[in-house]
Write a protein that binds this ligand. Structure first.
Ligand code: UDP
Ligand code: MG
Length: 322
C-alpha cells in the first residue's frame, strides 16, 4: 500500500477502564486503519482497572512499538483519563475514542482528511441509535438541552468523546488548571475552526458499560458547575418571588384585619413578617452567590481570550493572565 504523504504525527488516545477483552481487537483495528500514515502512536490510558487491562497493555506495548500506555493508580474517571492522554500525547493531531469499539476506528481517515483541510477541531455526533436504551437516549437529550440553557455553550445532542484536536487546541486545553474540567464544554468554549461529522455507533464489543448511573450524574453535575454559575443566583429570584408574595399577602391580611373579623389577633403580623424575612434572606444568599460565582470564575483562571491565528507569531496561542 502506498503511504499517504503526511509528515505530521497522529496520536490516538484511548481511555480504558476494565477493557481487557476489547484492547487487543481495538489495537489491531487501529493499526490497520493507521497503517497508511507515516507516523502515529496509540496511547492507552488505563484508568485504574481492576482486571487484566494493565497486563494486556504491557504485552501490546512490547509487541508493537507504536503502542504506549499510562496506568492510573486508581480509578479517576473517564474525563481524567482523557486529560492524561491529551497531556502525554505527542502528535500534531490527537484523536480520542472509546476502548469498546463503539466509536468506529474506520472513521479516523475522515477525521484526518478534515484536519488536513484546515479544521482544528473535528468532532463527531452520533446518529440516534435505536438500540440504545430509552433511558440513556432521553437522559442524554435532556442533559444537553439543560446544559445549553444554563451555560450558553453550544453542545449538540449526542456529542461524543470521539474527536480530533489539532496540537494548538491541545496546548490550549493544557492551560486549563481547574481539576474538574468538563472536556466537551471546554472544547466548545475554546473556539477555533470546528467541523462536525455524523457517525453510526456500533454495539459495545465486549464487557459492560463502565458508566454507572452515579458516574453519569457526576458527569452531568460537573458539566453544569464547571461552565455555569447560574444555579448560585437562583436564590435571588426565589427571594424576589417570596418578597413579592409577602407584599401581596400582607396587603390581603391587612385588608382582612381592618374590614373583616375573621383573623386571630397577632396572626397577620406573624405571617407577613415570616414570609418577608424568608424573602430577604433568599435575596442575601443570592448576593453571596453572585460574589461566590465571581470568585469561582476568577479562581479557575482561564485565559481571558484565545488567539487562533495571526500573521505575526508562529505560536498560535497567546495567554493573557489577569
Ligand atoms: N472509562 C474510563 N473510566 C471510567 C469509565 C469509563 O476510562 O471510570 C472509559 C471506558 O473504558 C470506555 C469509555 O470510557 O473506553 C466510555 O465508557 P463506556 O463505554 O463504559 O460508556 P458508554 O459507552 O456506555 O456511555
Ligand atoms: Mg461505550
Amino acid at each position: 500500500m502506498t503511504k499517504t504523504p503526511l509528515q505530521r504525527m497522529i496520536s490516538v488516545v484511548v481511555p480504558a477502564y476494565n477493557e481487557e477483552e476489547n484492547l487487543p481487537v481495538l489495537v489491531h483495528r487501529l493499526m490497520t486503519v493507521l497503517e497508511p500514515y507515516e507516523s502515529y502512536e496509540i496511547l492507552i490510558v488505563d484508568d485504574g482497572s481492576s482486571d487484566q487491562t494493565r497486563h494486556v497493555l504491557r504485552q501490546l506495548s512490547r509487541a508493537y512499538p507504536v503502542v504506549r500506555f499510562l496506568s492510573f493508580s486508581r480509578n479517576f474517571g473517564h474525563q481524567m483519563a482523557l486529560r492524561a492522554g491529551y497531556d502525554h500525547a505527542r502528535g500534531d493531531a490527537v484523536i480520542c475514542l472509546d476502548a469498546d469499539l463503539q466509536h468506529p476506528p474506520e472513521l479516523i481517515p475522515t477525521l484526518i482528511d478534515k484536519w488536513q483541510e484546515g479544521y482544528d477541531v473535528v468532532y463527531t455526533v452520533r446518529q440516534p441509535d435505536p438500540k440504545l436504551s430509552w433511558f440513556k437516549r432521553t437522559s442524554s437529550r435532556k442533559f444537553y438541552s439543560m446544559l445549553r440553557n444554563v451555560s450558553g455553550l453550544d453542545i449538540e445532542d449526542g456529542a461524543a468523546d470521539f474527536r480530533l484536536l489539532d496540537r494548538k487546541v491541545i496546548n490550549t486545553l493544557k492551560q486549563f488548571k481547574e481539576n474538574d474540567l468538563f472536556l466537551r464544554g471546554a472544547i466548545s468554549w475554546v473556539g477555533f475552526r470546528q467541523c462536525r461529522i455524523l457517525y453510526q455507533p456500533a454495539a459495545r464489543y465486549a464487557g459492560r458499560s463502565k458508566y454507572s448511573l452515579r458516574k453519569m450524574m457526576q458527569l452531568a453535575a460537573m458539566g453544569i458547575t464547571s461552565f455555569s454559575t447560574k444555579p448560585l443566583y437562583m436564590s435571588v429570584l426565589l427571594g424576589f418571588g417570596m418578597s413579592l408574595f409577602a407584599l401581596l399577602f400582607g396587603a390581603e391580611a391587612t385588608y382582612e384585619y381592618f374590614f373583616t373579623d375573621a383573623t386571630v389577633s397577632g396572626w397577620t403580623t406573624l405571617v407577613v413578617l415570616s414570609v418577608l424575612i424568608g424573602g430577604v434572606q433568599f435575596i442575601m444568599i443570592g448576593i453571596i452567590g453572585v460574589y461566590l460565582g465571581k470568585t469561582f470564575v476568577e479562581v479557575k483562571n482561564r485565559p481571558a481570550y484565545i488567539i487562533g491565528d495571526t500573521d505575526e507569531i508562529d505560536e498560535t496561542t497567546t495567554w493573557v493572565q489577569p
